[in-house]
Design a binder for this molecule. Structure first.
Ligand code: FES
Ligand SMILES: [Fe+2]
Length: 330
């Protein structure tokens, strides 16, 4: 029995399952909401996503190969091209018509922000909007899509939480921050996100300097953090210098307790530091969250009163309420 990942409404959302570059490099097997998928690109570089099941004898298509934009099954060599259409059956005479049920029942897929977004049903929500993606002053930096042994529900709860910074992130930016969290005022932010603004004093060790763009042991960060249902959080950092760093944190349920995680960064710097160096500190921070969250089993409880909350938990509580309403909505 699953607690949330089999809910029909989640099938009508866009979910990140891979980075664009991974699919460009060949066939991929992924799992979304408990369903195994195969991903490949056809000859026009459109990404094709379908159940990871060959229509012939149910071999996993992700064990096959991609040649000239065609996915070739490793069992009997049937191949599939644009829109998942079966285009070749090596064992059959060319005069024999290809069976009608040989095509792959494809799902909708889009490439956006260097990521592959998949919808298993009819899209009822949009891919989150990041205005800076079309602003020439900003560059976009992608990061790998990792797998975390953590429920997506716990990841969103964490991404919206600032009270853990001085504890979990003491090794990177958090030890200078006051433990007391000021009153949080939630409201609608730009581009459909819902969240809050806050200011923090962050540690600025040498490993952080290429990210913050400045030296000195501490830096002031003006931040906004907000969510977009179901599983996206945007966190923006603005330093005193005017440098802005926008993080899109995305998690995708593989199932209830396992998730894909990736983050995308947009920055208005002078582009002189390599992308890799620019996000190195963010990756260190993400690794700290992963270590923490992988200690917590199961799904974040949804029932009222199941968790003790303080006002610092207001953002994640707001997400949880809206998420549950969304799951159960018509
Ligand atoms: S199972 Fe795929 S070609 Fe036979
Ligand atoms: Fe964190």
């Amino acid at each position: 029995m699953t607690l949330f990942s089999d809910k029909p409404n989640l099938r009508n959302c866009w979910h990140v399952v891979a980075s664009d570059i991974e699919v460009t490099n060949g066939v991929l097997g992924r799992r979304l909401l408990g369903e195994n998928l195969v991903l490949y690109k056809d000859s026009s570089a459109s990404v094709i996503v379908a159940p990871d099941r060959c229509p012939h004898r149910e071999a996993p298509l992700s064990a096959g190969t991609v040649t000239d934009g065609k996915l070739v099954c490793c069992y009997h060599g049937w191949s599939f091209g644009a829109a998942g259409k079966c285009v070749s059956i090596p064992s059959a005479d060319a005069a024999f018509p290809i069976p009608k049920n040989s095509d792959l029942p494809c799902y909708q897929a889009r490439i956006r922000y260097g990521l592959v977004w998949v919808c298993l049903g009819e899209p009822a929500t949009d891919i989150p909007e990041i205005a800076q993606d079309s602003d020439a002053k900003f560059r976009r930096i992608n990061n790998p899509v990792d797998i975390w042994k953590v429920s997506a529900t716990r990841m969103i709860d964490n991404f919206l939480d600032i009270a853990h910074f001085p504890w979990v992130h003491a090794g990177t930016f958090g030890s200078s921050q006051r433990t007391l969290v000021q009153k949080i005022d939630l409201h609608d932010l730009s581009d459909g996100f819902h969240g809050y603004e806050y200011a923090v004093v962050a540690d600025n060790p040498p490993a952080a300097e290429l990210s913050s763009g400045q030296s000195g042991t501490e830096v002031n960060r003006l931040m906004t953090t907000g969510f977009c249902l179901p599983f996206a959080v945007r966190s923006t950092i603005k330093w005193d210098t005017g440098l802005e760093h926008i993080l899109l944190l995305v998690t995708t349920p593989v199932d209830d307790v396992t998730s894909y995680f990736t983050f995308v960064v947009w920055r208005n710097d002078d582009f002189s530091v390599s992308s890799e160096d620019t996000v190195h500190f963010d990756r260190m921070i993400g690794a700290e969250d992963k270590v923490m969250l992988e200690k917590i089993p199961g799904v974040l409880p949804f029932e009222h009163g199941a968790l003790a909350n303080t006002q610092a938990d207001k953002p994640s509580t707001a997400w949880r309420l809206k998420f549950v309403q969304f799951l159960d909505g018509d």
